[in-house]
Design a protein around this ligand. Structure first.
Ligand code: ADP
Ligand code: ASP
Ligand code: MG
Length: 422
C-alpha cells in the first residue's frame, strides 16, 4: 500500500460528467489498496470567469487591498470543484472528505496572487486517511500567517499537488491533464510533436520557466527540492484501464541522467508570448547606466528577463530588456517619469508584439554548434532575431510574435524532433 497524490487540471474537472470519471478513477486506485490524496483545479474556465467579474468591478491597476480580495474570490473555484469531487466519490461508495487550503492548513507567505508555500501541516490529512477516506485538498491556495487566503499564481494547482506530495512523503505524484504527457513542444501548436517517455528534471525546469505551461514552474522546483517522483499523464484514458498500465503511462520526470539517454541534443522547444521589449535609446555609455535603468525597474518590483546593450557609437548606446507584458505599461511610465530625465532624456520605445522561443536540452552541454543551427534555421525562414540569451542547456531568442508558430515548427524539424528518440 502506498500513499499516492493525484492532481486533476481544469479540463479534467470541466463538467459533472468529467468529475464523476475522475471519482471512478480515484476510487479504482483506492480500491487497489492505496491511500489517496487528490488535488483538483477549478472547473475549466471558472478562474477566468471569477477574475473577469472582478475586472468588471475594478478596472485599472490593482491595489494591495484588491489583491487580497482577488484571492478570496479565485480560491472559491477550487473549493467548489473539491466538494463536487468528494460528493462524486461518496456517490461511488468511496468515503471522501475535502479540505480547503486553510483547513489543512497550507501555509504561504502573503504575496497575494503569487504566494509561495512555506509549510503544510499533515496532521488532519493523515487522520482522515487513516480513517479510510480519500482526502481531497483544494489546489492553488493557502493561508498566510494573518489568516488571509492566498493563491499561488495561475496554474498553481500543480504546485499544490507536488507540495502536498512532498509534505506527505508520497510514493508518487501523478499530474493528470488534457494531454498524455510532456511533449517535445506544445502538441496544439505542432501536431508532429512527440511525447517524451522521460524528461530530466533540469530540462523540465527550463521548459516550464520558458513557457511550457504543462507544469507550473514552482511545481517542478518543489519536485526537485524534495525529490518527489512526478509523472504527467492523461485523464482522458478510460477510467477503468489496467492500473499498472496507467501507472507506467505518460511522462516521468527523472532526477538522474540515465545512461540509456544517448541523448538528443535538443529535447524540447518552449515558447511564450508573455513578454514585451523595452528599449532606451541613445543613453550615455558610462558606468552606472544599467543600474540606473534596471535598478529603478527592480525597485518597482518588475522582473526583467533578457537584457541587451549595443556597442556604443559616439559615446551613446541603446539598452533593451524584456519584462512581463502585464508590467509593460507600468515599466514604460516609470522610465519616462523617473529615469529618463536624469539620463539626459533619451528616447524610450517598446514592443509588446514579441515572443520568446527557446530550445532546451541537456545534450547541449556536450555539443557545439547547436545555437548556430538554431539561428540558421530561423534565418532560412526569414525570421529576424531581436535578442538572444543562452545558458548551459538552453538558447532563447526574441522574435516578432507573428512568426512564433513558424519558428517553433521550423526548429522542431531542424532538430529532428519529429521522429527522434523516445
Ligand atoms: P491543466 O488544466 O490540466 O493544468 P494546462 O492547460 O495547464 O492543463 O496544461 C496542459 C496544456 O499544456 C496542454 O493542453 C498543452 O497545450 C500545453 N503544453 C504546452 N507545452 C507542452 C508540452 N511541451 N507538452 C505537453 N503539453 C504542453
Ligand atoms: N484554477 C487555477 C488557474 O486556472 C489554478 C490551476 O488550474 O492550476 O490558474
Ligand atoms: Mg495547468
Amino acid at each position: 500500500m502506498a500513499l499516492i497524490v493525484h492532481k486533476y487540471g481544469g479540463t479534467s474537472m470541466g463538467s459533472t460528467e468529467r468529475i464523476s470519471q475522475v471519482a471512478k478513477r480515484v476510487a479504482k486506485w483506492a480500491r487497489a489498496g492505496h491511500q489517496m490524496v487528490v488535488v483538483p483545479s477549478a472547473m475549466s474556465g471558472e478562474t477566468n470567469r471569477l477574475l473577469g467579474l472582478a475586472k468588471e468591478l475594478s478596472p485599472g491597476s490593482v491595489t494591495a487591498d484588491q489583491l487580497r480580495e482577488l484571492d478570496m474570490l479565485a480560491a472559491t473555484g477550487e473549493q467548489a470543484s473539491s466538494a463536487l469531487l468528494a460528493l462524486a466519490l461518496q456517490a461511488e461508495g468511496m468515503p471522501a472528505i475535502s479540505f480547503t487550503g486553510w483547513q489543512v492548513p497550507v501555509r504561504t507567505n502573503s504575496a497575494y496572487t503569487k504566494a509561495r508555500i512555506e509549510s503544510i501541516d499533515d496532521v488532519r490529512v493523515r487522520q482522515a486517511l487513516d480513517s479510510g477516506k480519500v482526502v481531497i485538498i483544494t489546489g492553488f491556495q493557502g493561508i498566510d500567517d494573518q489568516g488571509h487566503i492566498t493563491t499561488l499564481g495561475r496554474g498553481g494547482s500543480d504546485t499544490s499537488a507536488v507540495a502536498v506530495a512532498a509534505a506527505l512523503k508520497a510514493h508518487e505524484c501523478l499530474i493528470y491533464t488534457d494531454v498524455d504527457g510532456v511533449y517535445t513542444t506544445d502538441p496544439r501548436v505542432v501536431p508532429e510533436a512527440r511525447r517524451l517517455k522521460t524528461v530530466s528534471f533540469e530540462e523540465m525546469l527550463e521548459m516550464a520557466s520558458l513557457g511550457s505551461k504543462v507544469l507550473q514552474i514552482r511545481s517542478v522546483e518543489f519536485a526537485g527540492k524534495y525529490k518527489v517522483p512526478l509523472r504527467v499523464l492523461s485523464s482522458f484514458t478510460p477510467w477503468d484501464i489496467d492500473i499498472q498500465e496507467e501507472a507506467a503511462s505518460g511522462t516521468l520526470i527523472t532526477f538522474e541522467e540515465d545512461e540509456q539517454m544517448e541523448q538528443a541534443v535538443v529535447s524540447g522547444i518552449a515558447f511564450n508570448r508573455d513578454e514585451a521589449k523595452i528599449s532606451v535609446m541613445s543613453v550615455p555609455d558610462k558606468p552606472g547606466i544599467a543600474y540606473q535603468i534596471l535598478g529603478a525597474v527592480a525597485q518597482a518590483n518588475i522582473e526583467v528577463d533578457m537584457i541587451i546593450q549595443n556597442i556604443s557609437k559616439d559615446g551613446k548606446t541603446d539598452f533593451s530588456f524584456t519584462v512581463h507584458r502585464n508590467d509593460y505599461a507600468r515599466a514604460i511610465e516609470l522610465l519616462k517619469n523617473e529615469v529618463l530625465p536624469s539620463l539626459g532624456s533619451p528616447e524610450v520605445t517598446g514592443d509588446a508584439k514579441i515572443c520568446k522561443v527557446s530550445i532546451v536540452g541537456i545534450g547541449m552541454r556536450s555539443h557545439v554548434g547547436v545555437a548556430s543551427k538554431m539561428f540558421r534555421s530561423l534565418s532560412e525562414e526569414g525570421i529576424n532575431i531581436q535578442m538572444i540569451s543562452t545558458s548551459e542547456i538552453k538558447t532563447s531568442v526574441v522574435i516578432d510574435e507573428k512568426y512564433m508558430e513558424l519558428a517553433v515548427r521550423a526548429l522542431h524539424k531542424a532538430f529532428d524532433l519529429d521522429h527522434n528518440q523516445a
